[in-house]
Ligand binder design. Structure first.
Ligand SMILES: [Zn+2]
Ligand SMILES: [Zn+2]
Length: 290
């Protein structure tokens, strides 16, 4: 069967896609989806994403990043009675391959109930504006704020790192920042107050950029269609190791191939690993270099 490379558009063109966000993510996501898929993106009024967890930890996120995105997508869809939804979920933590380097992982998840599939896109970046400081004066607060790029980058002022009261967000100027810091220092007679970069998308320009890149990755995955049934999202589900050693030909632990699979009809295909060379450096061989 010959599949038209533009066939993915037939799945989406003219449909309404619900984007559940209250942090302006539509600014970077909607133009990409509308251009590439021909959908109309709508953002529900008063969609409270805080119920799924906050970065400032008043509400803990339950489950992992993907589960959180699924819940968000489902809630947004139900709110508007739609059958197509997209949710975005970010996380911050150490880079999995480079210890001690902070990183930001952005996930976008498209859920299509009409056709019965979901497709992900993601982007990991070491450019993560996640920083914090305990300060004991207005001058120290100002110093930290300048370092992280406030007010373009948002800042949260709180009494301490763990307590869920006395948290100030959406501070827009240095005057306001100084006022909140002085207030906390004098009201509670504490020696230090806690500042952290605001990780919500609208207050974090680097995150916003990474969300846009995750949306581009989603489009790439959508455009990869099943060679049997043309369903979008024919993506890598597994990696096969065993790239042969250049010297002795034995299998190494390096990636050799990838397996792509269709969620709809289950058709699978093995392709060469996108980054694999034809053979492995003997340094990586258990026989040549034990
Ligand atoms: Zn298929
Ligand atoms: Zn070898």
């Amino acid at each position: 069967m010959k599949i038209d490379p533009e066939s993915y558009r037939e799945f989406f063109a003219g449909r309404t896609l619900v984007l559940g966000t209250k942090h302006k993510k539509e600014d970077v996501i909607a133009p990409i989806l509308e251009r590439e898929l021909g959908v109309r993106v709508v953002v529900p009024d008063n969609f409270d994403t805080d119920q799924f967890g906050t970065f400032t930890r008043e509400i803990a996120r339950t489950g992992n990043q993907l589960e959180a995105a699924r819940r968000k997508a489902a809630a947004a869809m139900e709110l508007l009675g739609a059958d197509l939804s997209l949710a975005s979920e970010g996380s911050f933590g150490p880079h999995p391959d480079i210890p001690f380097i902070p990183s930001n992982l952005e996930l976008v998840l498209l859920v299509d109930r009409k056709h019965g599939f979901e497709i992900r896109g993601h982007h990991r970046s070491e450019e993560a504006n996640a920083a914090s400081a305990s300060v004991s004066s207005v001058a120290e607060a100002r110093q930290f704020a300048e370092k992280i790029g406030f007010p373009g980058q948002g800042l949260v002022v709180r009494r301490d790192e763990h307590r869920n009261q006395d948290i100030f967000k959406d501070i827009s100027s240095y005057e306001e920042l100084e006022e909140k810091v002085s207030y906390l220092l004098s009201k509670f007679l504490v020696h230090k107050v806690y500042l952290e970069t605001d990780l919500r998308a609208h207050a974090n320009p680097l995150r916003m950029k990474n969300i846009g890149l995750a949306a581009e990755d989603l489009i790439k995955n959508i455009k990869s269609t099943c060679p049997e049934c043309a369903t979008p999202g024919f993506v890598i589900v597994d990696t096969v190791r065993g790239l042969p050693c250049q010297l002795c030909g034995q299998e190494t632990d390096l990636a050799l191939a990838v397996i792509r699979e269709c969620q709809k009809c289950g058709s699978r295909r093995r392709d060469p690993h996108p980054e694999a060379k034809t053979s492995a450096d003997p340094v990586m061989c258990g026989y040549c270099n034990p």
